[in-house]
Ligand binder design. Sequence first.
Ligand code: PLP
Length: 387
Amino acid sequence: MNFIPFARPEIGEDEIAEVTKVLRSGWLTTGPKTKQFEKDFAAFTGASFAMGVNSATAGLHLALEALGVGEGDKVITTVHTFTATAEIIRYLGAEPIFADIDPVTYCISPDDVERLLKLHGDVKVVIPVHYAGQSCDMDRLLQLRSTYGFRMLEDAAHALPTTFNGKIIGTLSDVTVFSFYANKTITTGEGGMVTTDDEAIAKRIKVMRLHGISKDAFSRFQSTKPSWYYEVIAPGYKYNLTDIASAIGVHQLKKAYDFRDRRQAIVDIYNQGFSELPIICPRQIRDNDLHSWHLYVIQLEEEKLNISRNEFIEQLAAAGVGASVHYIPLHQQPYWKKTFDLKDADFPISTKVSSCHVSLPNFPGMTKDEISFVVSAVKDILNKALK
Ligand SMILES: *Cc1c(COP(=O)(O)O)cnc(C)c1O
């Protein structure tokens, strides 16, 4: 058996042919293919507006800017995430306030969000993360939004396709951001998509993702201005998605449900295979909803084992299985910890979970043999390490 990587993108002949077409077309940057990808994505999520961007990080930055966040504003998010979720708050000079997580879903804890809202008063935006691909408790979060009057930006980098109460993530709150990074549920190499039903947010994002250039000024057919005319109305960014990336995206999107089903099948085999081991397997709390299963994250019951989490990952690698950690929580990262004086004791659940969690490979292209191999490797290592 060759080494089984933690993740491997699933790129088919459709994607390759479409990229080739774009390369031959003479138009490489944002153009007709991106327009098509955006249209398809809007249809997929039911959102009024879907805007391609060159990463989810860029999309999160644009979305927070469009929500009017600036210097000194307060924004609540989770520590149990990738640093991108929080760094965009700092891009705008705003102040991050960190919440702990729910012990079962590992998503932001609505109780902790409410405690922070009471403590801090004027919070402008809350950024939940649909961790691993399971939806946050959106009912509770949206209730809090009505009560406290903040805006909500969903980090859905893991959540395509994911549903909450049967509704697909993408239109549940003010604005939602998806990632097409190489190891995400669908990929364009690098890329992202922002969805919203709010026309004002969409307008601002469209301007800011391309240098602050207003297109209203040079609508070729309605305006008397010549086609080369444009107006810069803000110091914008360079965050547009290329047609080369979108060519991959249009085909990946068509396969999103199939990829999810294949990851679900791996999860079912893992959960069954690990049932006798000192492992806490990931749990889906709403059976009728779709979990994208971007990540399959177990926790080792270390008190029952003679090896640490780090040793477990080393032994898996030696056996030929790539594993990873999602994430070292932000309150343990030097920048966040020092700058905002964050302590383990303030995030007891994330601290506990992240000390013993491990992500195993669950990419859609895994073969039956590869899946069985991972199950055997995990079993062998842990059975030898039983106390
Ligand atoms: C991957 C990821 C991002 C950033 O996505 P990019 O497309 O790489 O910018 C943001 N948030 C979370 C939770 C992620 O996993």
